[in-house]
Ligand binder design. Sequence first.
Ligand SMILES: Nc1ncnc2c1ncn2[C@@H]1O[C@H](COP(=O)(O)OP(=O)(O)O)[C@@H](O)[C@H]1O
Ligand SMILES: [Mg+2]
Length: 639
Amino acid sequence: MPARHTGAGRKALSLSMHRWSTLFIPTLREAPADAEVASHKLLLRAGYIRQLGAGIYSYLFLGNRSMNKIVAIIREEMDRIGQEFLLPALNPREVWEASGRWTVMGDNMFRLKDRKGAELCLAMTHEEVMTDIARKELRSYKQLPQIWYQIQTKFRDEPRPKSGLLRVRQFIMKDAYSFDIDEAGLDASYAKHHNAYVRIFERCGLNFVAVEADSGAMGGSGSQEFMVYTDAGEDLIASSASGYAANLEKATSRLTPVEDLAPTGDGQPELVSTPGMGSIADVTAFFGIHASQDIKCVAFMGTRTAAETDTPLLPIVTFLRGDHQVNETKLMAIAGVSELRPMVAEELELHIGGPAGFLSPIGIPEVMTQGSLNGLKTGKALEQIKGIFREDVPNRVLKTIVAMDGGLEGRKNLVAGANKLDYHLRNVTPGRDFTPTLIADIRNVNEGEGCPIDGSPLRIGKAVEIGHIFKLGYKYSKSMGATVLNREGKEVTLIMGSYGIGVERILTAAIESSAAANEGSSYALHPAIAPFHIVITITNIKDAALVAEGEKIATALEAAGLDVLLDDRDERAGVKFKDADLVGIPYRINIGRGVAEGKVEFVDRLQNQSNDIALNEIAGHVTTRITSALRTSLPAAVK
Ligand SMILES: Nc1ncnc2c1ncn2[C@@H]1O[C@H](COP(=O)(O)OP(=O)(O)O)[C@@H](O)[C@H]1O
Ligand SMILES: [Mg+2]
């Protein structure tokens, strides 16, 4: 007898009820072998998602319900500060050419051609289209500020799609853009987004932090990422007890002072034979010094952005303490390049003048001209450089950037390579013996170093980025020509911000956090984003009294406005409990033998508690519990 026909007399309400027996919830006992992180395994096992291709997923009934709930929260909060648009995912090439990003986006952009051969792309983000609307439509300061947002599908051909929904090639993003007349306006729009994001993530029940983030080679004055700490994350965050928190791409540190070596001989750089000692470990052992007393050289070829195609390749030679690592994001921002690759041997020879393992900061040719290439053998890298010295552009020079990390500033008598195979120098003193093009923070901070605020020790943790707010400044409005007339009737360029939230990331971050507390075996979502608030498990559907009680409670809870899933399947109780845990619903009522004594069991999976509650009290109890859980997830200002 199908459960639908039980409970006659309450037909009108019960017809719309979500009965597990009629739904498609394909739970799995085991996760596919290629699923690595907990959220990926659990999303598959819970029947939320199925994979279609690399980084491409279908969202099934439960997954889609959860996503829709997240979207509804985002929409509600964004509607307080902005206006919702819906822009096309299919974009003509021209609008991306206007900003210069048709080239910059490289292989990450999905590109296609229409039947007439015109080029299009699937949008990765929408600065261009929004700025295009602004430049065509906004005329006066009187129309400002504007905040336009959308909740829409984005496409990115990620080099390493992985981890289930954490890094996919098609995903839903809330992206917002602000247009202001001046910096003070931008600051206000940015603050509005910051506050909206705090409300959104709190309502989703996430434990998150806002951290300082890199604002990229593109310029820009402020950027924060909203992060959830989890081992499944791909970002590293440095934080300390002072409240400092920054993405490793941006984090700085105070270094403990290092004792410099005493000078040898006349104190000038002195050549020392170091046969075969090409690594830091060899050199420090040979000289009996600490790696912090050694200068390390790491050399790159940087690629400049399309706007400066004059000399697209830029030699960048970095020097830092032997025990420090280059942070490529920091270096790219400082050098103004969009890509880095290590120099190959012939480039080391050409731009530094020495072999790997023995590279020196002393004697680097500052500029390179056509003449510098004479007599050199040809190789692929050399050909690239030769291409820069084209005959149609005479007198071109190529400047090498010599970047020294701030950690070497003021240091003395260090050991460094000698630009000569099997030789090192000692007594090398930056500033006296060589002058870098720039001195900047280009290193990764290490755990335990002092935080920049008060010197308290830095911790480093893994996290996933759920949202990002960014002061773009004039980048797009300038390149695309978006201006308005100011109060004095003068044409001024708009100042912009852009603000993103990854909808899938909210779901995965919530699952990762909960799974970590359950040893990876299951998760419970906050009721605000769970596909259902509560599941009612009828332990034995052959018992008509249990079915009737289950129906009755489900109907009462639905009438109170809750989302109820009634498990009316003809399965063993154990199977039903396991499935209920698997699908991440935070609350459960077990309708079982206790009914004979007028009781049911209420399970709160978020608090890990269960207790018996009288039949005549259960609906009221659950309604109060869930409505208050939904309310406490609202920040004080919103309640
Ligand atoms: N490949 C992806 N898969 C899922 N979500 C993504 C992906 N890329 C970005 N997001 C989400 O979109 C938000 C805004 O994107 P953005 O900051 O432009 O991304 P990124 O930092 O990767 O360049 C991110 O904070 C993140 O939550
Ligand atoms: Mg980002």
